[in-house]
Design a protein around this ligand. Structure first.
Ligand code: UN1
Length: 558
């Protein structure tokens, strides 16, 4: 077994993940210029590979090479989602009764299998959603880190012993599983985020129905296969594929039918609010990780070279398609011109292209055609509201491409990097998440104004400041309304053992990752054990303590 953490190239060029995808997958004749394999994919319900009940399918396409079809996948129906829920309910009693250290052991096996197949998973992920190999390497590592963290958490999952106010009586707290969890994630982090959700869910003894993102069904299938290969019993995690308002909506509707005990969702704020309403009226707990318009503040005392690098990465890494990507870049007026000039030098030199074919690209394609269409639509609001475009010409084509583009633009959906200047608080582009390679530049008069601007959007996910003034850093840290803050760092960069999540429009206050996420997948059960052999009533049968008259002569002491 190799333990390869290297993120810088060196990935093996094995073309098939046959060892992971075996067990019934049919390889369809590939019809793309690279002759890459295409498969017939399945749902996994109760450990069985199944098609959709009505036989309908959809395709997964490589957004960096649209002629490269990774496979066709079941367009799951209500019947399929119901079957997955049945399996999850049936598996729950045995799984929740399995000792937590054993559950942790299986999770540890998952982490080791991810390490073993890391290179293949990295390439598969890059092929399915167009992110760079380096970023996909970081993401699979985040899934591995999550498994290794929760392997040992299975040996803790502590409750407490609590002293009773009555004699011969003991009190305890236990963490109990919630039941069946519905898991819905976006395709921009198609391995780390579902692992953030399902690993703690199953560690706590829950079972899951996982609706895969419509743009990464093959990777989701490979991950679910690995989970089973690690020793996960059938029915504990059930995978259903689907598109748009299909399978995901059926899963949400099942909350109204009383068949789901928890929803965990990462995606848009609009859909998150809808899910929150459905869960709220049913008193079902939900974890909602939603959008962001993450501010990054640059103050005059900052190391400008580091600040430019941090802003550039936060804005354009992942083609701006992270929920933690840079939204508003808020720059102090005294360094505004110099900073923007240095940033633009970097922007002009941006290398873009299919990372499976070209080394050293900063970012690849958009996640899919739909993400590209939505981005082109939303960036129109920048100029409509009076911002000045400094750079960026929409979709990259052969006739319209930046000098750093590598490859044939029409092969996939690639975007120019965009920078909009003169953005102010009254513009829509100040408040709306653009979710693509675009930075909005905002000028601040002083620190208080910068902090005000950083807090002025409806979101509160991530945030950052570059400054070498410790008091400014402190005031930013204490004054910002956000779930995460970087000091002299970019807006991205969660680690698997820190709480991840936001405030305001970025979520409902729940957190992913680390020990904090355990709250989201368990409830506290308080137990009292009466050993006295009689009924003792709390509060009422408690011995009264009599106060003794004090003999101290205070006036002689002072
Ligand atoms: C997301 O975009 O949904 O900190 C998750 C980061 C990543 C996770 C992003 N580790 O940007």
């Amino acid at each position: 077994m190799r333990f390869n953490r290297s993120l810088h190239g060196g990935y093996r060029t094995r073309r098939h993940m046959v060892h992971v995808l075996e067990a019934g997958l049919t390889f369809i004749e590939a019809n793309n210029p690279k002759n890459r394999p295409s498969v017939k994919g399945f749902n996994i319900i109760n450990g069985q590979l199944t098609e959709s009940s009505d036989g309908t399918t959809f395709e997964s396409k490589n957004p960096a090479l649209l002629s490269d079809v990774l496979g066709s996948f079941p367009l799951s129906t209500k019947t399929d989602v119901d079957a997955a829920l049945d399996a999850a309910h049936a598996a729950f009693p045995a799984w929740s009764a399995t000792p937590a250290p054993t559950r942790g052991q299986i999770i540890g096996n998952m982490g080791r299998l991810l390490m073993e197949h890391k290179d293949d998973l990295v390439r598969l992920q890059a092929r399915e959603i167009g992110k760079t190999l380096k970023e996909c390497g970081g993401e699979i590592q985040e899934a591995i880190d999550t498994c290794l963290f929760f392997q040992s958490e299975g040996r803790r999952l502590y409750g407490q012993t609590v002293n009773s106010e009555l004699p011969d009586k003991e009190l305890f707290t236990y963490r109990r599983a919630l039941g069946v969890c519905g898991i819905i994630n976006a395709c921009n982090f198609p391995s780390a985020v579902p692992f953030w959700k399902m690993i703690p869910a199953i560690m706590c003894g829950n079972t899951c129905v996982w609706k895969s993102p419509q743009d990464s069904p093959l990777l989701s299938f490979a991950l679910a296969r690995i989970m089973h290969q690690a020793g996960l019993p059938d029915g504990v995690i059930n995978l259903v594929h689907g598109k748009g308002s299909g399978a995901g909506q059926h899963l949400i509707n099942a909350v109204d039918e009383g068949r789901v005990n928890k929803i965990s969702f990462t995606g848009s704020t609009a859909v998150g609010k809808m899910i929150g309403e459905v869960c709220g009226r049913n008193l079902v707990s939900c974890s909602l990780e939603l959008g962001g318009k993450n501010p990054l503040v640059i103050m005059p005392s900052a190391n400008l070279e580091n600040a430019v690098e941090g802003a550039y990465w936060a804005g354009f890494g992942t083609a701006g398609q992270r929920c933690t990507s840079l939204g508003n870049l808020i720059i102090h007026k005294d360094i505004y011109d110099e900073f923007v000039a240095r940033l633009m030098d970097k922007v002009h030199s941006t290398q873009i292209g299919d990372s499976l074919e070209h080394d050293d690209v900063l970012y690849g394609s958009m996640l899919s055609q739909k993400y590209a269409d939505d981005f082109l639509q939303v960036i129109q609001i920048c100029e409509q509201d009076g911002a000045t475009k400094l750079y960026g010409e929409g979709r990259i084509t052969s006739e319209n491409k930046p000098s750093g583009f590598k490859g044939i633009p029409e092969d996939g959906v690639f975007m120019w990097p965009h920078v909009f200047d003169g953005v102010t608080e009254d513009m829509r582009c100040f408040h709306e998440e653009l979710f693509g390679p675009a930075i909005t530049l905002v000028k601040a008069n002083d620190f208080d104004h910068a902090l005000h601007l950083a807090n002025a959007s409806p979101y509160g996910l991530s945030s950052a400041i570059y400054t070498n003034d410790r008091l400014e850093a402190y005031r930013f840290k204490t004054g910002i309304k956000a779930g995460m803050t970087g000091i002299n760092n970019s807006t991205t960069g969660a680690e698997a053992h820190l709480p991840f999540g936001g405030v305001k429009g970025s979520g409902n206050g729940t957190r992913e990752s680390g020990i904090w996420v355990i709250e989201a997948y368990s409830y506290w059960h308080a137990v009292n054990d009466e050993l006295s052999g009689k009924l003792q009533l709390a509060q009422m049968d408690v011995d009264e303590i009599e106060m003794v008259e004090a003999e101290v002569r205070w006036d002689e002491l002072v």
